[in-house]
Design a protein around this ligand. Structure first.
Ligand SMILES: [Zn+2]
Length: 286
């Protein structure tokens, strides 16, 4: 079986603040100043949690493991420190974003370092892609990055088998996809910027065991398939940003701070979603 690990950063044990996750050259876009010392140790912890998932996947019987860097500029993992048998997918933009590399030859997807959806109370660094998004719904179902990515994986007939992150994202993923998804809670949120953590080594042990179990369970997990036509509703923090999203062909303005898009399948809608995000990140237009 081939396994793809989508590796985000906010859900890593030890990480609670944007000072930990802010990447070097995005301050102009995100408004968060990069802190080299904080980011450096956080990316090392992230890399080691991914290594634990890779090792567990192989122990569970995976024949091939790919890792897609899924945070910010998507070049956070330290290539030389990564498990040598894994394929590393990095860089941005990539067509499938947090799942680049995935196709129907894979048997399972795993989420490491994941976080809760925008607006979740007491959820470490909760957001959905970028801070200006308040809510996203696919066919009326509210979800975070985990749900959108589960739908993209479902498009290829691949199920999500594991999520690692704080207690809120574990609950959200299992709420959407079912209790058979292996959930590894590496920290318990005490707020948006506060948590009680497992020691990083204990977190890795739990992820490793969870990943092995996830591969063993993968065959009986059902992909998350969103029936066509697929409708995407997006709520945005401000009307001027909503003006920008509404410029895209096929996007309908549904309110002062909301837009909708309907497409024939998840991949088509996913492209529209990415285009909306990118046009809004320009923050000005001609
Ligand atoms: Zn994320």
């Amino acid at each position: 079986m081939k396994v793809l690990i989508s590796a985000d950063m906010e859900g890593t044990a030890g990480v609670v603040d944007r000072a930990h996750t802010a990447i070097p050259d995005r301050a102009a876009i995100t408004g968060v100043q990069h802190n080299a010392a904080e980011y450096d140790w956080a990316r090392r912890l992230m890399t080691e949690e991914v290594n634990a998932a890779i090792a567990g996947a192989f122990e569970g019987g995976a024949a091939e493991v790919w890792v897609t860097d899924a945070h910010g500029s998507m070049r956070n993992l330290l290539p030389l420190a990564l498990h040598r048998e894994a394929r590393y997918v990095s860089g941005s933009p990539k067509m499938l974003c947090m799942l680049e590399g995935l196709d129907d030859t894979f048997g399972a997807v795993m989420f490491t370092g994941y976080h809760g959806s925008a607006g979740t109370p007491a959820s470490v660094l909760a957001h959905t892609y970028i801070g200006i998004i308040q809510d996203v719904r696919l066919n009326g179902v509210s979800m975070g990055e985990y749900g959108i990515n589960a739908a993209v994986a479902g498009h290829f007939g691949v199920a999500v088998a594991l999520v690692a992150g704080d207690n809120t994202v574990v609950a959200q993923v299992r709420g959407l996809l079912g209790p058979d998804v292996v959930g590894v809670e590496v920290k318990r949120a005490a707020g948006t910027h506060a948590a009680v953590h497992l020691h990083p080594e204990k977190a890795r042990e739990a992820i490793r065991a969870g990943a092995a179990e996830a591969v063993r369970r993968a065959g009986r997990l059902r992909p998350y398939r969103v029936p066509a036509p697929v409708r995407l509703d997006v709520d945005i923090v401000a009307p001027d940003l909503t003006d920008l999203a509404a410029l895209l062909p096929g996007v309908t303005r549904t309110g002062a701070r909301s837009v909708a898009f309907e497409g024939p399948d998840v991949l088509n809608v996913f492209k529209a979603w990415r285009a909306m995000l990118n046009v809004m990140m320009t923050r000005s237009a001609v």
